[in-house]
Design a protein around this ligand. Structure first.
Ligand code: FAD
Ligand code: NAP
Ligand code: MG
Length: 445
């Protein structure tokens, strides 16, 4: 019997399990599947934890999410076509729900698909190697509860371990002299910690923007956002200021590239994450940065050097779940012999071409177009449940325009579901006045 392992039961790994379950429903024979998940539950980053640093087993904490986290793009761009939000909640919900609502929804789809049976929880993958003689992978896993390590053989490996968990934490001159808390966004849990404080946020991408916004919402005194790239240009409230990159720190005084200075109480590094696969043998290890086209991956998922190895969700994500489904169905169809892959040179040329096409983009709207076309391309090759990607792209454009108008209120907007055609309700409370991120509060809106 052919054996497949899926490493990680976050949204992308779960999409892979759903794709196989869908084949079962159609009466097809599927391979044996084992999904290893190091946490005690599924959901990946959406499985919130109060912990930071190491978990109860001594493993690095996976989730980077925090209290009061809301979607940063409308839910209309990630609704499952085969499992609508209305089917799950029994009604239409606001366009920017909280993390708890999303977790519940992710869980609803996989409960319905009945894929939990394939998952071995609290089991971390320690090593993946390929044997050229036997043409199988050996996968060493560690059952954290029984504290037992074992090795199993597989014909195919799907890596779905995410890439927003291992902090990229650059050194800044003198940072060790800072008197106060220095943390990475991975360890940020609650903006209340920074009430009445002056904060420096380093990095002006989505974490930097959202953490600055939360600190403002929860009453910090001031926020300085220090940017590597050009400033975001958003219209920030008076207490938030954008400055050039941090040059050095002396005790509490920060100096920036334009030689301006500021005294702050805490430094939050929102400097992104590393693609980190310590468990992959060197020749199988993906080396990538957070972008839309990933080197060495044919069609963005197939490891060109060994097409029995796949990586899911390794791209930066305008669409998360809506991209994972076509990726997962594509991988499933290769494994099930319904799609052939070309030779190595052709696969590498495909990956190169994707990088070049991404590089040719001019702005964030081109990036959104690029990922929309990618989703359409994979969906066309599979029987993946697909949706109106062009309409979703328009929703993304709208969201971006709302952000340009007022970054502090873009989450007050609402859109029409692309799955059921019904309009999301308008939120009763504005985002800035809503301090309750519980599912109950979000749903009774
Ligand atoms: P993950 O969610 O990271 O899941 C990976 C899984 O693999 C985890 O369960 C982990 O425990 C497991 N794992 C890791 N290593 C091992 C191992 N060695 N052995 C076994 N298991 C392992 N996307 C949106 O669409 N909307 C949002 O609003 C949004 N907000 C976000 C906010 C933050 C702060 C971050 C960091 C990301 C956000 N994202 C958002 C993007 C997010 O990447 C996706 O939504 C999604 O969680 C990615 O799914 P994934 O399964 O690929 O990875
Ligand atoms: P990111 O988008 O990769 O951004 C990291 C930022 O750090 C980039 O701007 C980068 O600049 C900068 N940087 C890297 N090295 C630096 C250095 N040495 N000095 C200064 N700056 C440096 O990562 P992210 O912002 O953490 O976002 C990760 C994911 O989380 C995204 O998918 C996002 O959507 C999601 N997220 C969602 C929410 C939400 O509200 N739902 C909140 C937070 C995050 P370069 O671009 O030049 O490398
Ligand atoms: Mg990912």
């Amino acid at each position: 019997m052919i054996k497949v392992t899926v490493i990680g039961a976050g949204p992308s790994g779960l999409a892979q399990l759903c794709s196989f379950q869908c084949a079962v429903q159609k009466g097809l024979d599927i391979p044996e599947i084992v999904c290893y998940e190091k946490q005690d539950d599924w959901g990946g980053l959406w499985n919130y934890t109060w912990r930071t640093g190491l978990d109860q087993y001594g493993e690095p904490v996976h989730s980077s999410m925090y209290c009061d986290l809301r979607l940063n793009t409308p839910k209309e761009c990630l609704e499952f076509v085969d499992y609508s939000l209305e089917e799950h909640f029994g009604k239409q919900i606001p366009s920017y729900p909280s993390r708890a609502v999303l977790f519940d929804y992710i869980e609803g789809r996989v409960k319905k698909a009945d894929v939990r049976k394939w998952i071995r929880f609290h089991t971390v993958v320690r090593h993946v190697a390929y044997n050229d003689v036997t043409s199988v992978f050996s996968v060493t896993a560690h059952d954290l509860i029984r504290d037992m390590q074992y090795t199993e053989e597989f014909n195919y490996v799907v890596v779905a371990t995410g890439h927003f968990s291992t902090p990229n934490a650059p050194y800044f001159d003198g940072i060790e002299t800072f008197c106060g808390r220095v943390l990475h966004s991975h360890d940020f849990r609650d903006a209340r910690e920074f009430k009445d404080k002056d904060i420096l946020v380093v990095g002006a991408s989505l974490s930097g923007q959202d953490i600055a916004s939360h600190c403002w919402k929860y009453g910090c005194r001031s926020v300085i956002i220090s940017h590597l790239n050009p400033p975001t240009g958003y219209k920030w409230p008076e207490i938030i200021k954008e400055v050039p990159l941090l040059k050095k720190i002396e005790k509490n005084t920060c100096t920036f590239e334009d030689d301006s200075t500021a005294d702050v109480d805490a430094v939050i590094l929102c400097t992104g994450y590393l693609h980190h696969f310590p468990f992959m043998a060197s020749e199988l290890k993906l080396r990538a940065t957070n972008r839309l086209a990933i080197p060495n991956l044919y069609k963005g998922v197939v490891w060109a050097d060994n097409p029995k190895l796949f990586y899911l969700g390794m791209q930066n994500q305008f669409y998360a779940f809506a991209m994972f489904d076509p990726q997962a169905w594509y991988v499933r169809d290769i494994i099930m012999g319904r799609i052939d892959v070309p030779d190595r040179d052709a696969m590498l040329a495909d990956a190169e071409d994707r990088l070049a096409r991404e590089n040719a983009g001019k702005d964030v709207y081109d990036e959104m177009r690029y990922q929309s076309e990618y989703i359409k391309e994979l969906a066309a090759d599979t029987a993946c449940p697909s949706f109106d990607v062009d309409a979703a792209r328009e929703v993304l454009f709208q969201c971006r325009k709302h952000k340009n108008e007022d970054i502090m209120s873009f989450r007050n907007n609402y859109f029409k579901s692309l799955v059921t055609g019904t309009m999301a309700p308008m939120r009763q409370k504005l985002w800035k006045d809503d301090f309750d991120d519980s599912m109950e509060s979000c749903l009774c809106d």
